[in-house]
Design a protein around this ligand. Structure first.
Ligand code: 6YU
Length: 500
């Protein structure tokens, strides 16, 4: 059996917490977390009078197949709406359609028909992009190139051939592309591989939120673990594996793995479950693992995509939007998906912002908008001060509403996922030049040789290791469960007892 086996896990996000929850029959488990809190990219904060999500926002596809939904229900963290059976069956492929208004950069509200026409076309093209899964010869390397190719073919028919209407359709399509960048967590859809795009699986159910904050979930998971399992403020510097390490004062046993922390603490282990984000691995894997990872693994880390998606929360004294509006969208009327976007980040970063969700209900939140922005523009935004973001947002909103005296927001709060040293971005995507196989390679435990006398020294979990649910909280949780189960099977396998 596995009693006496020492296990360490790195990272107390949903993958790490999930692994800790499911691991059985080990001698001891330590979950080492760099931050001062658990939850990782699930991060609820106070802002004004309510709660805001700096990271994960929705349960994507809340239905019985979704383990995040099940766990949240079990802990009583969801509202009555999400629990309704009908809600779980809707095949929405994402968000419930919210009552919305679209502002154009000429300072007018755009007609819903115009916007819907562009959105319907975009969604049709996106659905067809997903259908190239498994195709030998996809028509383009990237989702972006494919979409632009299809849009270009349809230009003559756009806006029924009328020039102004056509231009507006193209501008609205450019806005759709930016939204897609936020969803995929990438700078440009030109970076997202076309063939594997359809491998991502959407679960049924209308996306829902946590009334008491998403962080309630990792908090509950943490409380259910034995006291002392999770060590916070414990950043791991290096994982030494394929070694022979002995504890001082206990020469009887040696361990293949030694986990060395930034503060000098070390932990000896038989197995380590690594759940650090792909962004961290991209930057640090060469010295994080000693010896370095095998070439195939290092290549998968390099090839897979990891981009940035940030949120900008703005609080207003009074709403400038109508009370029923829940989504404020933005269209820059002179843009087109067929033209290169501006590379001048300083002058144009704010044009990447796709729009704002109105936080509900205002009695709880105050008048707060949540803006979404992805890519290099989002990374640039992280380098600005709050005052700079606030003044730029004021200018943008004055332009969009056509009201040069519109009072600016009173306060601002932003996520900065690219600057976060233990994350380095938002979430993963399958980039041009990689495929779903790279995700599986990333998830493969080490050493590679299945007959190695000291198997499963390094195990890999985290959202980026889930082939069909990458970029989600349920993907992260399932990957943690998967690696715990791998160890459980080793511990429970019949055979010679491990030498103690
Ligand atoms: C979801 C959503 N959502 C918005 C934004 C972000 C993400 N996601 P963690 O990072 O949590 O844990 C690792 C820990 O390791 C961490 O605590 C570190 O501090 C620690 N660590 C690192 N290095 C260390 C070291 N050296 N030593 C010790 N500790 C160390 N997901 O389901 N719904 O609405 C959103 C969103 C702004 C940033 C999201 C959402 C993604 C999830 O947040 C994320 O996957 C998991 O929380 C990750 O958990 P983890 O444990 O793996 O890592 C076709 C196609 C399309 C594909 N995409 C479509 C789906 C759309 C995805 N949507 C996202 C949208 C939003 C708004």
């Amino acid at each position: 059996g596995g009693s006496g086996r020492r296990v360490a896990a790195v990272g107390a996000g949903l993958a790490g917490l999930g692994a800790a929850q499911r691991l059985r029959g080990h001698g001891s488990l330590r979950l080492l977390e760099a931050a001062a809190r658990a939850g990782g990219r699930v991060c609820t904060r106070r802002f004004v009078s309510g709660l805001v999500e700096m990271g994960a926002h929705w349960i994507h596809g809340p239905s019985p197949e979704n383990p995040i939904f099940c766990l949240a229900t079990h802990y009583g963290l969801l509202g009555p709406e999400a629990a309704r059976e009908e809600n779980q069956q809707v095949e929405a492929g994402g968000h419930p359609p919210l009552p919305s208004v679209t502002y154009g950069s000429s300072g007018r509200v755009l007609s819903p028909q115009v916007v819907n026409e562009a959105r319907d076309l975009f969604n049709t093209l996106l659905a067809s992009a997903r259908a190239f899964c498994g195709s030998e010869e996809p028509p383009a390397p990237s989702v972006g190139q494919y979409l632009r190719m299809e849009i270009a073919r349809r230009v003559p028919a756009l806006g029924r051939g009328e020039e102004d209407a056509q231009r507006l359709q193209l501008a609205a399509l450019a806005a759709c592309l930016k939204l897609e960048c936020c969803i995929s967590g990438t700078h440009s859809m030109d970076l997202v591989a076309l063939e594997p795009f359809g491998e991502y699986v959407s679960l049924p159910g209308l996306d829902c939120t946590f009334p008491g904050g998403y962080s309630g979930l990792p908090d509950c998971m943490l409380s259910a673990l034995p006291e002392g399992t999770v060590l916070l403020n414990k950043a791991v510097r290096t994982i030494w594996w394929q070694g022979s390490f002995r504890a001082e004062g206990d020469e009887a046993r040696d361990f293949p793995v030694r986990v060395e922390c930034e503060d000098g603490d070390t932990f000896l282990a038989d197995h380590v479950i690594v759940t650090v984000p792909l962004g961290f691995l991209k930057e640090r894997h060469q010295d994080f693992f000693q010896p370095p990872l095998p070439k195939q693994k290092a290549e998968a880390i390099r090839r897979l995509g990891f981009g940035t998606n940030n949120k900008i929360f703005l609080e207003f004294e009074r709403p400038f939007w109508e009370p029923q509006q829940q989504l404020l969208e933005v269209v820059w009327e002179n843009e087109s998906p067929l033209e290169e976007p501006s590379a001048n980040l300083e002058a144009n970063w704010f044009k990447k912002l796709v729009g704002f969700v109105v936080l509900q209900p205002p009695e709880q939140h105050g008048h707060v908008l949540c803006g979404f922005i992805a890519g290099k523009e989002s990374e640039y935004m992280e380098t600005l001060s709050d005052a700079e973001v606030l003044s730029t947002m004021t200018c943008v909103l004055r332009t969009l509403t056509g009201n040069p005296r519109l009072p600016g927001p009173r306060s601002v709060l932003r996520s900065r996922w690219h600057s976060a040293s233990y994350t380095r971005g938002s979430y993963s995507y399958v980039a041009v030049g990689s495929s779903g196989d790279d995700i599986d390679v990333l998830a493969q435990p080490l050493p590679e040789d299945p007959k190695d006398p000291r198997p499963l020294q390094l195990l890999f979990a985290g959202e980026a290791t889930h082939r069909t649910f990458y970029s989600t909280t349920h993907g992260a949780l399932l990957s943690g469960w998967r690696e715990a189960e791998r160890l459980n099977q080793l511990f429970e396998a019949p055979g010679p007892a491990p030498q103690l």
